[in-house]
Ligand binder design. Structure first.
Ligand code: PMP
Length: 456
């Protein structure tokens, strides 16, 4: 029998060698990152990653080694490369922060870069703010949320989507972003894979990177009406794939999938035992036929919802997750570790906000989207008329157009828009938000029209 100390020192040697190799690999990744930056190439090249994956799988066959472990290790290495290469990504948030600092210098900026409704929360919120002190909701509470609030949310969801949701299926979050972060960090392990359909709100990818989860991207195109292809998703699924993220109505495209296509994706997830993370925070702004993933009754689906957009309550930081009780139990353990419980006064206020009729918000955003679409058409921008949400994702048809440069220069003219790059490999796109009143949006679109004309 081999000596244990000898074996241990062999293990140490191998581990030390691996660390030295990792340092070497990270150095090369940095160099490649510099080249990509200088030549305007995107960080992730999934076809390159795929060809390496194929090599690793065939090596595993040769060596008779577990392919799942090897590809998880590969995913760790690929994510490390993405981390060292992606320090400079410009998103709607970087433009927003820049716009804010210009405003501090006294400049006037029209905000069409962020998805924050300009209208007020329902009037009932004001009453609730006053009454919460007397109601005594100001102590520590349950990690899943105040029971009365969870019950009210269960009833609200059941009524809205015509399904049967119970309090046990609900967990209150400080915003949908936290719900998404929690789902990815709790349900997935390092080296697992998450499928994201792009263009997409960047947090799915960023949360995954943070959790050591590898993102596999499905790129959709304007020409194909932002529809993902089932066969493309099917080909991306492997033994490490654990979750697919959906977001319809979509930020940034406004797309709503047909029920048939959405059902096909859900069935694919069921067949492959994947979690479905369905971010449905724009459901209040659905102007075409839309169906919640909850209606599919799949026990591995996690739906995130929020008061941010529907009730114009972004700063309250309040949202909720709907899922099978076993999933809610897991998620709430993580939430208890992070924050004990969501602010009790804010939960009470959101519970009262549920009583409000918010259909005016729905109509207002629809009118604004129509205005943006009309103006964008006059400008000959390429876009798909949104089915919902609060945005238009448009391509500017110009040789060598770069959304980041464009958005930065446009700030000087007093207009903030979001560069397409923040939502995936869409450098020649910009996202326009319908979150200001029609007069301001018209002024914004006039600035845009003039600027696009000037640079042509
Ligand atoms: N999901 C999507 C698709 C979003 O666009 C946003 C905010 N822009 C969020 C989630 C975050 O919502 P919350 O304010 O509830 O964290």
């Amino acid at each position: 029998m081999a000596d244990i100390n000898e074996l241990r020192s062999k293990m140490d040697e191998i581990t030390i060698e691996m660390i030295k190799m990792l340092k070497k690999r990270t150095g090369i990744a940095k160099e490649i990152g510099e080249i990509k930056k200088n030549t305007g190439k995107v960080v992730t090249d999934e076809s390159r990653e795929d060809s390496l994956r194929i090599k690793i799988i065939s090596l595993c066959k040769e060596l008779n080694f577990d392919e799942t472990i090897a590809t998880k290790f590969l995913n760790f290495l690929l994510n490390e490369s993405v981390k060292v290469q992606s320090s400079n990504k410009q998103t709607h948030l970087s433009i927003f922060l820049k716009a804010k600092s210009l405003e501090l210098e006294g400049r006037k900026i029209i905000h069409m870069e962020v998805g924050e409704p300009d209208f007020l929360p329902p009037q009932i919120v004001k009453d609730a703010l006053e009454e919460v002190y007397d109601k005594g909701f100001f102590k520590y509470g349950q990690a899943k949320g105040i029971p009365q609030f969870r019950e009210a949310l269960a009833q609200h969801v059941s009524k809205n989507f015509n399904i049967d949701v119970k309090q046990e299926n609900i967990m209150v979050n400080p915003g949908a972003r936290f719900g998404i972060f929690t789902a990815i960090n709790t349900l997935l392990n390092s080296g697992d894979e998450l499928i994201v359909i792009e263009p997409a709100w960047p947090a799915y990818k960023d949360c995954a990177l943070y959790a050591g989860v590898k993102v596999r991207t499905i790129n959709t195109t304007l020409e194909e009406n932002w529809e993902p292809s089932i066969s493309q998703i099917e080909q991306t699924i492997n033994s490490n794939t654990k979750m697919i993220a959906l977001n319809y109505p979509n930020n940034p495209t406004g797309k709503i999938l047909s029920k048939k296509l959405q059902d096909e994706i859900v069935n694919l997830a069921i067949k492959n035992d994947l979690y479905i993370l369905s971010d449905e925070i724009y459901s209040q702004y659905a102007y075409a036929d839309w169906k919640s993933v909850l209606c599919n009754n799949y026990e591995k689906s996690i739906v995130t919802q929020s008061f941010s957009k529907s009730h114009a309550m972004t700063g309250f930081r309040i949202g909720y997750t709907i899922a099978h009780q076993d999933i809610i139990d897991k998620l709430s353990k993580f939430a208890a570790l992070c924050l004990t419980n969501v602010s009790e006064p804010v939960q009470y206020i959101a519970m009262r906000a549920l009583e409000a009729d918010t259909s005016d918000n729905t109509n207002t955003v629809q009118r604004r989207l129509e205005l943006l679409a009309r103006k964008a058409k006059e400008m000959n921008l390429d876009f798909v008329v949104p089915d919902g949400a609060m945005y238009i994702f448009a391509r500017v048809n110009q040789e060598g157009f770069d959304g980041v440069q464009f958005a930065n220069s446009l700030l000087d003219k007093g207009l903030a828009v979001a560069p397409g790059e923040g939502f995936g490999n869409y450098q020649n796109f910009i996202r326009l938000s319908a979150c200001q009143d029609e007069e301001i949006l018209t002024d914004g679109m006039n600035i845009l029209t003039e600027y696009v004309r000037d640079i042509q």
